[in-house]
Design a protein around this ligand. Structure first.
Ligand code: PEP
Length: 247
């Protein structure tokens, strides 16, 4: 039986004071039903890591460098994330892919470095609206996952999490129906099962894309949805905690 993870991606929002208040609000209201993880902006990781030291809430980074160390200005090494207390790092969020041209290969290399350094990557995959309308959702998701398998092998996904995030649903208020989401999650699990049944059974597959307190319960009740990656609704402690209680 897979456990559920509710992960909050705060993106580039907030300031030191609001971040501290949000962490305090989430800590105070956490009922401990689902595992929670929060992904603050990188400059606040050390601070938030300290605040979470005695709590059950995990810390994650919004990205991780594909290289170990050296002349990679602006990047953050997995070893540094560990020093901040991170358990997770996102890799290949659609905003990184579309706004900063991160390729499937770079995302796969980021995942590989995370796994090698003891950070659990959350590999984000998903199709654009145009790709969905062309009927190539499964091809796109398969290609994004295959980049990781080709670089690191199927076993590496046993140490990772996958987040299915249809790009057309991220930050738009348009949410995939539970059936649409379940269909893609089942496709992903089935694809992995053909290569390694244990990995397929174990890997958590999160849904992301305008999940909120009103739609979370139905999405989270689907057989292959093992939690959520939440953007906008993770910026309010009450909304984030209500989603977690829907597990
Ligand atoms: C995200 O950025 O991963 C996300 C799912 O955002 P939102 O919940 O705001 O759609």
């Amino acid at each position: 039986m897979r456990s559920s993870l509710i992960a909050g991606n705060w993106k580039m929002n907030g300031n030191l004071q609001s971040v501290v208040e949000l962490v305090e609000g989430i800590k105070a209201g956490n009922a401990g039903k689902a595992e929670l993880a929060i992904f603050p902006p990188a400059v606040f990781l050390m601070k938030v890591g300290g605040m979470l030291a005695e709590s059950e809430i995990a810390l994650g980074a919004q990205n991780v460098c594909d290289q170990e160390a050296g002349a990679f200005t602006g990047e953050i090494a997995a070893s540094m994330l560990r020093e901040c207390g991170c358990r997770y790092a996102l890799a290949g969020h659609s905003e990184r892919r579309s706004l900063y041209q991160e390729t499937d290969q770079l995302v796969a290399a980021r995942c590989a470095m995370a796994v090698a350094s003891g950070i659990i990557p959350i590999l984000c995959v998903g199709e654009t609206l145009q790709e969905r309308e062309q009927g190539i959702t499964e091809d796109v998701v398969a290609r994004q996952i295959d980049a990781v398998i080709n670089l690191s092998g199927i076993a590496s996904l046993g140490q990772a999490i996958i987040a299915y995030e249809p790009v057309w649903a991220i930050g738009t208020g348009k949410v995939a129906t539970p059936d649409q989401a379940q269909e893609v999650h089942a496709f992903i699990r089935g694809k992995l099962a053909r290569l390694n049944a244990d990995v397929a059974e174990k890997v958590q597959i999160l849904y992301g894309g305008s999940m909120n307190p009103s739609n979370a319960a139905e999405l989270l009740s689907q057989a292959d949805i093992d939690g959520g990656l939440i953007g906008g609704a993770s910026l309010k402690a009450d909304d984030f905690l209500t989603i977690a209680q829907a597990v």
